[in-house]
Design a binder for this molecule. Sequence first.
Ligand code: CMX
Length: 425
Amino acid sequence: MATLKETLAKKIPVWRDEIAALVKEHGDKEISKVTLKQVYGGMRGVRGLVCDTSSVSADTGLVIRDVPCKDLPGRTAEEVLWLLLCGEYPDKASHDTLKAELQKRNKVPGYVWDVLAAMPKDSHPMCMFNTAILCMQKESEFVKAYNAGVKKTEYWESTLEDCLNLLAKLPAIGAGVYRMRFNKGPRVPSDPKLDWGADYGHMLGLNDPTGTLKELTRLYMVLHSDHESGNVSAFSGATVASALSDLYYALSAGLNGLAGPLHGLANQECLAWILETMKKFNGVPTEKQLEDYAWETLNAGKVVPGYGHAVLRVTDPRYTAFLEFGKKHIPEDPVFKTVARVFDVVPKVLKQIEKISNPWPNVDAGSGSLLYHYGLTEFPYYTVLFSVSRAMGICSQTVLARAMGYPITRPKSSTTAWLKKTVSA
Ligand code: CMX
């Protein structure tokens, strides 16, 4: 048995030496080139970042360290957090120590609830959640250590403290936002018997006699936890953290990016789209009706939410994991049936549009129907669930960036005039 900090303390010096030797020996070798199209195209495919917690390839999807996405269901968030940070799963005793450590730190300061209560009643749940994180900034252990003059090689230790303090509180904050924003009554206290992901499901306070909702929130927390570092939320979080802003600032920044409809907000839009089709066609639509509705959406200049991806060129394995969950637990649910039918129809439609690089579903296409079934029907809330989970990845990446002593992020930009001159030279 070892604690998370003890395990990292052994691994970090080895990783540092490995990276230092790599850069010393091969520092000037070219690993990627950049075309003009990529510069104007959101830097797709430009290899300019390092991320060791996870990788995403076009044909495989998410791999956390060495573990492919398909092997993640059944794991707890504690196991996955350990995996993200240390590159391996914890043994049982270490896992239980981390679980207890998170429970010890899970009390949310009273002022957070006061701040949230003072916000306009129609605030978006993501704005409430991110405000809660930002207003706790004064708790940062990193800031205290930095102001006390701690050595650069020790920055990661106080950042790990911030990581654990923050992650421990996020399920209670996320559930508290849900209950406050949607008038669900008093907050539900944490159940110390439960793991982090299941406890979140418990604190939402929905009717869950079979425990399946808790099983779903556990799965949800594991599947959304990380997706390498080039996506908007991870990249924004890492950029802010690279200025040595603490994790409260960095995580809040990253999650503000997750709140965009092309990124994490797509899961609320997705369920809205599914429900719209069901309303329009009075129940589960036929394949033909779905095909027509997909064209109607596209012809109106809108995207079909939950489909397409900046990196993936296959069905997102996270979508597949949610689909499997639905097939096992709620195969006859009409909303789930519609989601499954959309999967049979929409890729065929999107394939007909040449500019669309990937016609397949992403992580956001299916999860909403499962949440909806278990009574979580307020879909503007769904991105908060994504955020609680994604915080694991952003926090882990920040701890490791501090540990490796990565510098402030500062790529070079060009003017259009310079680009014109350069390409025509
Ligand atoms: N419906 C309609 N049009 C789509 C589309 C979709 N599902 N997916 C891509 N396109 C369009 C793009 O809008 C773009 O059009 P313009 O050139 O007119 O701007 C064109 O096809 C090319 O895009 P791409 O190279 O296939 O994809 P990008 O890397 O530019 O964008 C993504 C990726 C996810 C933003 C895009 O597929 C999309 O908007 N999907 C719907 C929203 C969604 O599900 N987002 C969640 C992604 C997962 C996450 O990050 O959380």
